[in-house]
Write a protein that binds this ligand. Structure first.
Ligand code: PXP
Length: 240
């Protein structure tokens, strides 16, 4: 069976740095440490308001990292320009609302389809692998294929909330499972992310066909206690 990849999202290293307006802790240092600890890729989300990762972080990390950089961006002209200039190996297009604390749901693929298709094709021509962050919905899997994405990343937030609250998550898990199946049968590479902990990642690891997990908030938080290298090691063990 092929190896399942772990993308380490380091946005919240920048959140801690920015809380005090200092130059530390350094997201670049976290990216290089994660790389050394066998992360398969590094994920950063350059938000419109630059609340965590900023343009300089992107430039620095892109220039020093040897493993693939996965840049999350909103579907805007500004972000398209930045992504084309920086040429990260991977790009994940995500929805963005100014007032949200985190990315609350998947993309609305019914909105602005022409622009989305245009962005995807431009990024692909520029040699970036393009993924769309979507809800676990069969309709959105089919739409992602139509839009010519290489991959989809399934938003696991609702599922993870149910797991954390010890509520019945079966229905949400089934939605994820059938989305993975359909995505794979259409030739899309399927990823999963948002809100994952050791417990929720372990449940999802039983679904074969998820090729990549992107994990940030819990992983960075847990690193305070276990260290980044140990936390990455544990997640890699879980997802494989
Ligand atoms: N995947 C995508 C597309 C995201 O936007 C995020 C962050 O919101 C994550 C994964 C990681 O989520 P978390 O920080 O909750 O692990």
């Amino acid at each position: 069976m092929s190896k399942v990849r772990l993308g380490v999202n380091i946005d919240h290293v920048a959140t801690v740095r920015n809380a005090r307006g200092e130059t530390y802790p350094s997201p670049l240092r976290a990216a290089l440490k994660a790389q050394k600890s066998k992360a398969d890729s590094i994920t950063i989300h350059l938000r419109e308001d630059r609340r965590h990762i900023n343009d300089n972080d992107l430039k620095l990390i892109k220039s020093k990292l040897k493993i693939p950089l996965n840049l999350e961006i909103a579907a805007t002209k500004e972000m398209l320009r930045i992504a084309l200039k920086n040429k990260p190996s991977f790009i994940c297009i995500v929805p963005e609302k100014r007032k949200e604390i985190t990315t609350e749901g998947g993309l609305n693929l019914n909105y602005n389809k022409k622009f989305l298709r245009e962005i995807i094709n431009k990024l692909k021509k520029n040699k970036s692998r393009v993924s769309l962050f979507i809800e676990p919905s069969l309709k959105d899997i089919k739409r992602s294929k139509y839009l010519n994405a290489d991959c989809v990343e399934i938003h696991t937030g609702k599922f993870c909330n149910l797991v954390n609250e010890n509520k019945n998550y079966k229905k949400e898990l089934n939605k994820i499972r059938s989305s993975v199946l359909l995505g794979n049968s259409l030739g899309l590479e399927v990823h999963a992310g948002h809100g994952l902990t050791y417990k929720s990642a372990k449940i999802l690891s039983k679904i074969s066909g998820i090729k990549e997990f992107n994990i940030g908030h819990f992983l960075i938080g847990e690193s305070i206690f276990q260290g980044l290298a140990n936390t990455i090691k544990q997640f890699k063990k879980i997802i494989n």
